[in-house]
Design a protein around this ligand. Structure first.
Ligand code: NDP
Length: 274
C-alpha cells in the first residue's frame, strides 16, 4: 500500500494532538498515510517545508507561529485562506503549494453540532479580532446569521476585518458601534484572554437569553468567560476542543476527498469544564 506523508509544522509542538487525530481519521476511512510532527526552527519554516515537499510530502497542517508565513509561501489560496490572511492547511501537487484555512469551517461545524441546527437566522456576537476571529468570519457569515457583531479591545483590528470583507464583496459583519442592545443567541470568545485566566469585556446584555457560550481556548476548564456565561444562565457552554477536531476533519477532507466522523472523538478529547 502507498503511504502518503502529512505533518503538522509549528514551534513548539509538544502539546499537538494533530498526529493522533489524523491517524484516527485515517484508520476510520481506510486511508494509508503517515503523519509526523515537525518542529521547525522559528526562522526555518520555509526550508523545512521545502525539504518535506522534496521528500514526497502531500500536505500539512500549520500552527503558531507559521500560519502567516505558510500563507505567504503559497502559490494558490482558497477564499477562506485569503480572508484569514493565514493558512492552517497546505497541500502540494504539480509544483503548487495550495493554502487553505479550516479554523473557521471547524468552528462553524462545531457550533452547529452543539446547537443541533444551523446558524441561519441566529444572532451571533464574537469577541476578539485576532487570527482565529479573522479566519472565522467568512464561514460564519456564509451560515446566514440574522446578525453578526464583532467587538475587539483594539477597535481598529475589527474595522480592518470588516473592511477586508467589504473589499471582497461580503457584507453582514457589524462592529460594536452598530449594537442595538438586542440579545444574542450565541456568544463566542475568540480572544486569547482565557489563556491567561482573564476575561474580555462583555456587553452587559450579551448573555440575556443566550443559548450557547463558546470559548475557542481548550483544555482550560471553566474559563472566566464560561463562568460568567454559566452565572448568567446560558444553557450550553463549550470550549474549543470540538473546533480543533472539526478543523482537522475539514483539512483531512480537503486532502483526501473523504470526510471522517467527529462526534465520538470530540467526546473522547473533551475535558470537564468545571
Ligand atoms: P491572536 O493573538 O491572533 O489574537 C488575540 C485576540 O485576543 C485579539 O483580538 C486581542 O485583542 C484579544 N485579547 C487578548 N487578551 C485580551 C484581553 N485580556 N481582553 C480582551 N481582548 C483580549 O490569537 P488567536 O486569534 O490566534 O487565538 C485566539 C484564541 O483562539 C486563543 O485562545 C487560541 O488558543 C484559540 N484558538 C483555538 C483554536 C481551536 O482549534 N480551538 C484554533 C486557533 C485558536 P487586541 O486586538 O486588542 O490585542
Amino acid at each position: 500500500m502507498v503511504i502518503d506523508r502529512y505533518a503538522v509544522f509549528g514551534n513548539p509542538l509538544g502539546h499537538s494532538k494533530s498526529p493522533m487525530i489524523h491517524m484516527r481519521f485515517a484508520a476510520e476511512m481506510g486511508q494509508g498515510l503517515r503523519y509526523d510532527k515537525i518542529e521547525a526552527p522559528v526562522d526555518g519554516f520555509g526550508a523545512a517545508l521545502r525539504r518535506f515537499i522534496a521528500e514526497g510530502g502531500r500536505g500539512c497542517n500549520v500552527t503558531a507561529p507559521f500560519k502567516l508565513e505558510a500563507f505567504g509561501l503559497a502559490t494558490k489560496r482558497t477564499a477562506e485562506a485569503r480572508m484569514a490572511g493565514a493558512a492552517n492547511t497546505l497541500r502540494f501537487a504539480g509544483g503548487m503549494i495550495e493554502a487553505h484555512n479550516t479554523d473557521g469551517i471547524g468552528l462553524r461545524a462545531d457550533i452547529e453540532r452543539l446547537l443541533g441546527t444551523s446558524l441561519r437566522n441566529r444572532r451571533v456576537l464574537m469577541l476578539g479580532a485576532g487570527g482565529a476571529a479573522r479566519g472565522a468570519v467568512l464561514p460564519l457569515l456564509d451560515a446566514g446569521p440574522a446578525a453578526f457583531v464583532m467587538i475587539n479591545r483594539t477597535p481598529s483590528r475589527a474595522r480592518a476585518i470588516r473592511d477586508g470583507l467589504l473589499t471582497g464583496g461580503h457584507e453582514g459583519l457589524c462592529l460594536d458601534d452598530c449594537g442595538s442592545g438586542e440579545p444574542f443567541d450565541i456568544v463566542i470568545n475568540a480572544t486569547s484572554a482565557s489563556l491567561r485566566g482573564a476575561c474580555p469585556a462583555i456587553p452587559p446584555h450579551a448573555f440575556e437569553g443566550c443559548q450557547l457560550a463558546y470559548d475557542l481556548a481548550y483544555a482550560k476548564g471553566l474559563t472566566p468567560f464560561l463562568a460568567q456565561a454559566r452565572g448568567a444562565g446560558v444553557t450550553i457552554l463549550a470550549d474549543g476542543v470540538g473546533m480543533l477536531v472539526e478543523q482537522a476533519a475539514a483539512a483531512f477532507a480537503w486532502w483526501r476527498g473523504v470526510r471522517p466522523s467527529t462526534g465520538a472523538l470530540i467526546e473522547e478529547l473533551s475535558l470537564p469544564l468545571a
